[in-house]
Design a protein around this ligand. Sequence first.
Ligand code: CA
Length: 464
Amino acid sequence: MTKKPNILFIMSDDHASHAISSYGSRINKTLEIDRLANEGAQFNNCFCTNSICTPSRATILTGKYGHQNGVRTLLDELDGRQQTVPKLLQKNGYQTAMIGKWHLGHGGHSDPTGFDYWNILPDQGDYINPRMIEMGESKVVDGYVTNIITDLSIEWLKKQSNHKPWFLMCHHKAPHRPWIPDEKHKHMYEDVTIPEPETFNDDYQTRAKAVEEAAMSIEEDLNKNDLKMDPPKGLTDSELKSWKYQRYIKDYLKCVASIDDNVGRILNYLDEENLTDDTIVIYTSDQGFFLGDHGWYDKRFIYEESLRMPLLIRYPKEIKAGSIVNDIGLNLDFASTFLDYAGVDIPADIQGESLRPLLRDAVPDNWRRSMYYRYWEHLSYEHRVGAHYGVRTHKYKLVYYYGEPLDANGAEPEERNPEWELFDLEKDQYELNNVYSDPAYENIVNEMKHELDKLQREYSDNNV
Ligand code: CA
């Protein structure tokens, strides 16, 4: 019998695909991460089903939407007694580990389950000398968090037997806010100006009021902790906004540079140990991020920059080097994909599909042509993004801001008038022109509403 493949799942936090050079970044280079694209496959249309940390992580572990696994918002914790992908792999002969950012609660039923070894950052975790919880025991680890998570991952790999396959979730904290770089990259980008995105000065004309209400603007909402220094005196408003963007994006990109180095370290380890051919390596992030796009940082919205996840998969035995996949993949699909590669039956209650056929040029005829998204945390916390759900196809995106908290944890008990948006993605890649009320799109609106209803029924989301 052939040995099952090892699975190395590397996930960073808030790393948008437009800050990866294989995805055409205009603002940085990620030569190590690019190796996975060059030697494997790049998904150009992988999306998250809810663009925030905790729900995306729960969806990855369970293969289910938040309304099914109980994690819809940042305030929900994962109940680890339910079925998860590490448990299924462990039962089927895998050695399993979870190292780094967990962010699904800890203590009681929310500690990681299904892992032979776990060592996690509590909550968001710290960049420098972070406290970590190793199998329930809390300790401070000296150093920079991205290096530490990689060191611990390599240490764990060194201890694994060659006779059993392994599954390692290596979850980086970076490049999450507050974007603290390590010493090595502290002076990177000192003498350069990072280009501002096309939509940096978006005025939100034609968009829903919910868009204006969001509090995640570079201009107004970055705080002292984010900026880490006072601006020079005498700047105009527009100069100050540009200065803040440079402060923010440079720290973000320095954190990404450390991720890139550390991805290189772990790939080199696989090479040195002759593990490369037998190991599926995945690089992704829990969602996308606004890198000054629409004048914002953060995520939450269904808009492209936040919705799209980077997804690179290398498996030399099965995936042709340099493959590009344009079909729609979701974080919902990761669990099924791992199980498929591991030769484990996919339980019927898992909602995602295996991405493996897409990587063998055997795209099923009925592969999804639309995806369902839902953000529950109505006007929550500091960023004030209204709850919404929507559907995206290859050509269009329909969004519905339903204007109420319903029963979601952390949602604010404030009501807003419901609003719709429709974007023609072929004509309007930056989603600047809401055509929902344009009579020319009446049929499209109807078709998209029909699709939305269909997906909500299929995924059993009845809270609509
Ligand atoms: Ca995140």
